[in-house]
Design a protein. Structure first.
Length: 376
């Protein structure tokens, strides 16, 4: 179809096109006026992830800041946070919401979960690219409720972060508390064995006793060597076995040898006791070290479980919006004009195809197959 034909078709149906345009624009105008207005309230929070936990003074590495902010965004939009919002706003007690829930689901599923999902659907979370600010926006037909919901999501998010911080610490503290009972029992058992062994053997200062017995052994060794020399001297003089000096020398040698052997056995026994005492003492030291380490971890976890401060602060509370964000009359009318013109033109060409008329020379050729030979 040539441009001249298009213009003629549009001119012939201009009234129809304008009527469709007017109907479309008018309908859009009326519908926009009657559509429920939606208001958006925004709460701004700031996240200090560099020094978020006094128990971890190094903070978060800079390269992980983007993933950290993305994680916080997911937490804000989580069902856990939304359920807290439902509780804070006491939405479950609303009769109208319960009736809506029954109509939509027929009573299937959880009522509070249904409300939480609906709250999430109207929530928008926007983390800033170059800062630590997160904007929490909530859209509602009631401007006051949009403010309440935005602030409730911010507070519920703070509560959730505290739970995420304190929850594992509480579980760790409870676990270490149970371990401490066993470690304390092991320590007491080790100490009891050590004390019983010392009492049984009469050990007060094992090292001093060992030094004393060693000196005694050395003295006996010296005396024994002297007795051996004396006996050798007596034997070399050939006094005879019945000679009193010979008997005295031999008897002294034998006595010192027996005393020396007893002292050796005694010294070995003292060394054995020292070794066994050392084993028991090391068991006590290891048990004490395990107990002290667990106690330190328990104290740290216990403090973390009671730490009720968070790295999140509310920068700006939501303010009741004065203007609605939707529907936007000018935008809807502009769309209606475009849609009306398109629809009117389309209908005009459909009518033209169903009822073709001869408007130019080419129409005669196309409709009747007869060329125009002359014009009068």
């Amino acid at each position: 179809m040539k441009f001249e034909q298009i213009i003629l078709v549009l001119k012939s149906h201009v009234f129809l096109i304008l009527m469709i345009l007017a109907i479309t624009v008018g309908t859009t105008f009326v519908a926009t006026k009657f559509i429920s207005k939606q208001y958006v309230a925004t709460t701004s929070i700031i996240v200090d992830f560099q020094n978020s936990n006094p128990f971890e003074p190094l903070g978060l590495p800079a390269q992980l800041s983007s993933s950290y902010m993305a994680t916080q965004t997911d937490i804000i939009k989580s069902r856990n946070v939304a359920l807290k919002v439902v509780e804070k706003l006491d939405l479950a007690s609303s009769t109208s919401l319960r009736n809506w829930y029954l109509i939509e689901t027929g009573g299937a599923g959880s009522y509070k979960d249904f409300l939480a999902e609906d709250m999430i659907s109207n929530l928008t979370v926007e983390p800033a690219r170059e800062s630590r600010v997160i904007k929490i926006s909530y859209k509602s037909g009631n401007p006051k409720f949009s403010v309440q919901a935005a602030d409730a999501f911010a507070n519920a998010y703070i509560d959730t972060t505290l739970e995420l911080l304190m929850g594992p610490a509480r579980r760790n503290a409870a676990w270490f508390d149970e371990q401490l009972k066993k470690l304390r029992s092991d320590l007491e058992t080790s100490q009891s064995r050590l004390t019983s062994y010392q009492q049984e053997k009469g050990i007060i200062a094992i090292d001093e006793r060992l030094d004393t017995e060693t000196r005694r052994l050395n003295e006996l060794s010296t005396q024994f060597v002297s007795a051996q020399a004396e006996a050798f001297d007596v034997k070399s003089r050939q006094l005879g076995q019945n000679h009193p000096e010979y008997k005295r020398a031999i008897k002294r040698e034998s006595s010192l040898k027996a005393s020396l052997n007893r002292q050796k056995r005694k010294l070995l026994e003292v060394k054995k006791q020292r070794d066994e005492l050392g084993v028991l003492a090391r068991e006590v030291d290891n048990a004490q070290l395990s107990y002290d380490t667990a106690l330190q971890r328990y104290n740290k976890s216990n403090m973390e479980s009671q730490f009720n401060q968070t790295n999140i602060s509310i920068l700006n509370k939501a303010v009741e919006p004065v203007k609605h964000v939707s529907p936007i009359l000018t935008l809807n009318l502009a769309i209606a004009v475009i849609l009306g013109l398109f629809l009117g033109i389309a209908i005009a060409f459909i009518i033209e195809l169903l009822n073709q008329k001869i408007r130019v020379d080419d129409d005669l050729l196309q409709v009747l197959g007869v060329p125009v030979l002359a014009k009068i």
